[in-house]
Design a protein around this ligand. Structure first.
Ligand SMILES: [Zn+2]
Ligand SMILES: [Zn+2]
Length: 178
């Protein structure tokens, strides 16, 4: 599957922040990521969905070597694949299904249709009534400019937390409590 290059653009807010959701407390926050980090995340998201529908190869190995990130609110840590919002997951799922549909249509359905045309008029009639798998239009809401910026001097990075949040903030990147 590594030869599949897919463009998976995620909406960012006007300051370039990307929405995340904690898998433990389910609160949302945003992180300011480098372009490469975002591309890498998107690719990993797609890969994980692809892997799920096939055999789970090397998944354990990957998880152990992966860096953990910390929730700014509750301070619990998880690897990068656990921070998708529900909407982002639904979006990745549609994009993944489209990729699968494309693979099936191009490699299975269309060649079979060609075969049936070729031999269809002879004594032996090969009929293939396969329908191509449909593709859905992936959709995700545009990002709004909510939440307040929080500086993380420990890692010299920035995140955005809920406006009303007055308790301590854990660094998403290193887990340091501020
Ligand atoms: Zn949390
Ligand atoms: Zn930090």
């Amino acid at each position: 599957m590594s030869d599949i290059e897919m463009n998976l653009p995620f909406p960012l807010d006007d300051n370039g922040y990307f929405r995340r959701e904690c898998p433990f407390c389910c609160k949302e926050f945003k992180v300011l990521l480098e372009k490469e980090e975002l591309t890498d995340l998107a690719q990993k998201g797609l890969d994980s969905f692809m892997v799920e529908t096939q055999e789970a190869t090397n998944l354990d190995e990957d998880e152990h070597s992966e860096v953990e990130f910390t929730c700014p609110y509750c301070g619990q840590a998880a690897v990068s694949g656990n921070w998708w919002t529900q909407e982002q997951l639904a979006y990745i799922s549609v994009v993944t299904k489209n990729i699968m549909a494309k693979i099936v249509n191009e490699n299975l359905i269309r060649p079979l249709k060609r075969t049936s045309r070729k031999y269809g008029s002879g004594m032996i009639s090969v009929q293939f009534e396969g329908k191509e798998m449909e593709q859905q239009e992936p959709w995700i809401s545009p990002e709004v400019n909510d939440m307040k910026v929080y500086d993380l001097p420990c890692c010299q990075r920035k995140i955005k937390v809920e406006d009303g949040w007055a308790s301590r903030v854990f660094c998403f990147f290193c887990g340091f409590p501020h």
